[in-house]
Ligand binder design. Structure first.
Ligand code: SF4
Length: 398
């Protein structure tokens, strides 16, 4: 090892994430970034590959947070690394567990940079982690709470991957090879529009899916977009991930009303991008998300429009009962209306499960994420909690 170039500066000017003690955080970095950091640290060029492999394996396969656990790295080298590098995670500002087992994490990546991620157990006999790609969002989908929070910035690949590490820490699912893991799927449906942060989302997917690390299959990763048409096909080619479209309306007039992005990328262009999505087949279908808004998009006419729109596309439809949040004018469709809608879409040959609301009592349900949630008034929280438990009572009977 030569002279270390990185010397634990108190003020980072290199864009690297720091632990509270000023050391460089390694968790969440990709192989290439690790290799670059090790090179700057002064590791001999011919040993960089080996050291990167070792670190990657310990961080992502074993989730280690102590240098002493890296038993195949000699003690003096561990001590040198420990002085400069940290295996810490960012601070978890809030961790809430719903009565249905859903877990919500509010994570502080840096001062003023807080994101939420949500673990939802028992999705297809497994569990999905819903992660964020931006802090806030520039889009203003009218039914979405996150859309009322201005964009602070895009997350880095490290910050995206760290959300997975934190959930796996919390679930006690190390090493990665452990059988019967609960965290099996990743969905980019948290805060932000992933296709406005394509490069970092792609890099994060590489980290999350690395078979020598977190080992989540690419078919178990779903990228959900509100419809950023030009990036849909490139993202599919880059990541091989599954695609979900936040659709919510099947005619341009209504969709533009509730999702202003539709004005820029209308439905005809969006559906063409869906048809062109790489390796689409009956086993790799696109999921269309459709939030059920009372009196807005839930009539038989709307169901027929949806069926016509999907014609020829391997698709399934997720019907999402609307989850309320403070200040929204929307209400959730009545249950019999949602069922009638689902029956029509099903009869046309498209699976259309009604998504059971999860984590409503901790404001972790779809469209409710907002990192300013701690600012919500107590009375508002109480009112929402009460209405959530009433409606969850209904859905629990399904
Ligand atoms: S639904 Fe997604 S894209 Fe639309 S405002 Fe919410 S977070 Fe942004």
């Amino acid at each position: 090892m030569g002279t270390p170039l990185i010397d634990n500066p108190a003020t980072p000017s290199d864009g690297l994430m720091r632990a509270s003690d000023g050391r460089i955080m390694l968790a969440g970095l990709g192989r290439e970034e690790l290799a670059n950091i090790l090179a700057d640290f002064g590791i001999e060029p011919k040993k960089i590959r080996m050291r990167t492999k070792q670190l990657f394996h310990w961080i992502y396969n074993y989730g280690v947070r102590e240098w002493d656990d890296m038993t195949n790295i000699a003690k003096p080298m561990r001590a040198k690394m420990e002085r400069v590098f940290s295996l810490a995670r960012p601070e978890i500002v809030e961790r809430l567990i719903s009565k249905d087992g859903t877990r919500k994490y509010l994570i502080r990546m840096a001062p003023g940079i807080e994101v939420e991620s949500v673990f939802i157990p028992d999705v297809s006999k497994t569990g999905a982690l819903c992660i964020s790609s931006q802090v806030g969002c520039t889009l203003t989908c009218k039914f979405c709470h996150t859309g009322t929070q201005r964009l602070v910035r895009n997350l880095t690949a490290q910050e995206i991957a760290l959300q997975v590490l934190i959930a796996r820490d919390d679930l006690g699912e190390w090493p990665t090879t452990q059988e019967n893991r609960k965290l099996t799927n990743i969905v980019f449906m948290g805060m932000g529009e992933p296709l406005y942060n394509t490069q970092k989302v792609g890099d994060a997917i590489d980290i999350i899916c690395d078979p020598e690390g977190l080992g989540i299959g690419r078919r178990r990763v779903t990228v959900s977009t509100s419809g950023v048409v030009p990036d849909i096909v490139p993202m599919g080619a880059r990541t091989n991930a599954m695609l979900a479209i936040s659709l919510h309306a099947a005619n341009d007039e209504l969709r533009t009303q509730i999702m202003p992005i539709n004005k820029k990328y209308p439905l005809a262009e969006l559906m063409q991008a869906c048809r062109d999505y790489p390796s689409l087949s009956n086993s790799k279908r696109i999921t269309f998300e459709y939030v059920m808004l009372k009196g807005i998009n839930d009539s038989p006419k709307h169901a027929r429009e949806l069926i016509n729109l999907l014609r020829g596309i391997p698709a399934k439809v997720n019907l999402i009962p609307f989850n309320p949040w403070p200040g929204t004018d929307y209400e959730c469709s009545d249950w019999d209306v949602i069922e009638r809608f689902a029956d029509m879409v099903n009869a046309a040959g498209y699976a259309s499960p009604i998504r059971t609301p999860r984590g409503r009592d901790i404001f972790a349900a779809c469209g409710q994420l907002k990192s300013e949630s701690e600012k919500m008034r107590a009375s508002e929280k109480r009112r929402l909690r009460e209405s959530a438990s009433e409606s969850m009572g209904e859905y629990d009977n399904l």
